[in-house]
Design a protein around this ligand. Structure first.
Ligand SMILES: [Ca+2]
Ligand SMILES: [Ca+2]
Ligand SMILES: [Ca+2]
Ligand SMILES: [Zn+2]
Length: 407
């Protein structure tokens, strides 16, 4: 039984976008939940995703990084106190908080025009970006040593500002024009990547998929305790493929690209969900909508097969990994992104929190800014049992992002 969840991410996407002006790659990798695996007992360090990866002897992690940046030793690694010798190019390491991030008071970053960001291809810029990682307030306790974690990439401040500018433009246009539709039905294509027959080999049942669809619909309708969104999900198709190589895909791996290239259907409006046995103990990852224009074949959500409702990845088997990853696919960030930074997740009504919450810690309040930590928010890291809603601000952001990138 897995004990940890990790949400990994693919930083190279963000970097590529950084260079091109597009923005936003998100990948959530969730960890320690490999089915029937021995990895589950490995302590997970939420903000130290590399720590678990290093401790994980799984040879599958040798999967070839797909994106150039993944192979580039991230300077941030040197800033990661827990993994000083880590040579693993895992992009999740970018989630390690740059110590200087919070201290960067440069007001110019708030007004950095996209053009400037686009012109600067230096990947090291990400390391100086306040929003590029978990910006942990030094005055707050370190993150819990275990629990869910996600691999979806944080955008750099420059990237995030581009997105914010694009969303702001959409808001202006929407205000001047017709309101968006009351209901947006998203077609969902499920791609079940397995290594053979049976749930144990990743061949999830149709029932599990239907149950996941129900979880998505209830969650996004606000029926689980959060704010309602205008999104509904309708199952478009289920296809299954037996491919042991793809089955053990890693975030940003060649296997991921091969599988997606072969299986993806539809345009930016179609939610492609791939289930497989993810490497590194990850629960899933996703791409941000701003990534679609340049890399349409990468668009989608990848889920650990056993995270679907009824799967074996307890306490992450109620379907909220799917809800969380789709949140990224809609351009939501983690509620702890940026830590106590005033921007944090770029959503006003989600109180900033210094680090992920893993244990549904009632009354948790890690940032001095108003509001208790949003421990029940789908974009935090607690168990599925604890996560139960989006905020109105997140619902608005998803709608605006949809109008900007996916309609
Ligand atoms: Ca917020
Ligand atoms: Ca607070
Ligand atoms: Ca829940
Ligand atoms: Zn995530």
């Amino acid at each position: 039984m897995p004990t940890n969840r990790r949400w990994g991410y693919t930083s190279a996407l963000a970097l590529t976008l950084f260079a091109t002006g597009l923005v936003g790659a998100g990948g959530c990798v969730v960890g320690g939940a490999a089915e029937g695996d021995e990895h589950g007992a490995v302590p997970d360090h939420a903000n130290d995703l590399a720590g678990e990866v290093m401790a994980d002897p799984d040879p599958e992690e040798q999967a070839v990084p797909k994106r150039p940046v993944d192979a580039d030793p991230d300077p941030e690694e040197q800033l990661a106190p827990k993994v000083p010798t880590d040579a693993d190019p895992d992009p999740e390491e970018q989630l390690t908080p740059p110590p200087g991030a919070m201290a960067d008071p440069d007001p110019e970053e708030q007004t950095t025009p996209p053009a400037e960001a686009m012109a600067d291809p230096d990947p090291e810029d990400q390391n100086n970006d306040p929003s590029g990682g978990y910006s942990i307030d030094p005055s707050t306790p370190p993150p819990a040593p275990q629990g869910r974690s996600c691999g979806t990439a944080d955008l750099t401040r420059a990237e995030a500002l581009i997105v914010e500018a694009q969303l702001a433009e959409t808001r202006l246009l929407e205000a001047a024009n017709a309101a968006p539709p009351a209901v947006i039905v998203i077609p969902v294509a499920f791609h079940v990547i397995n290594k053979g027959a049976g749930v144990g080999n990743g061949n999830v049942t149709d029932q599990m998929i239907h149950d996941q669809m129900e979880v998505l619909n209830e969650s996004y309708a606000g029926l689980t305790g959060g704010a309602p969104t205008r999104f509904q999900f309708e199952l478009l198709s289920i296809d299954r493929v037996t491919n042991a190589d793809w089955y053990n895909m890693g975030a940003g791996s060649l296997q991921e690209t091969e599988a997606k290239s072969a299986l993806r259907v539809g345009g930016p409006e179609t939610l492609n969900i791939y289930t497989a046995n993810l490497l590194g103990g990850l629960l899933g990852w996703a791409t941000f909508p701003s990534y679609y224009e340049q890399f349409p074949h990468e668009d989608g959500v990848v889920l650990l097969h056993s995270s679907l409702p009824g799967g074996s990845a307890a306490p992450y088997n109620l379907g909220d990994t799917g809800t969380h990853e789709v949140g990224h696919w809609m351009h939501l960030f983690h509620t702890f992104q940026g830590g106590c930074d005033k921007y944090n997740d770029y959503v006003l009504d989600t109180p900033a929190e210094a680090s992920p919450d893993f244990n549904c810690t009632a009354g948790r309040d890690t940032c001095s800014a108003a509001g208790l930590d949003p421990i029940h928010n789908f974009m935090d890291y607690s168990d599925d049992e604890c996560l139960n809603g989006f905020s109105p601000g997140q619902a608005e952001r998803m709608l605006t992002a949809w109008q900007t990138y996916r309609r």
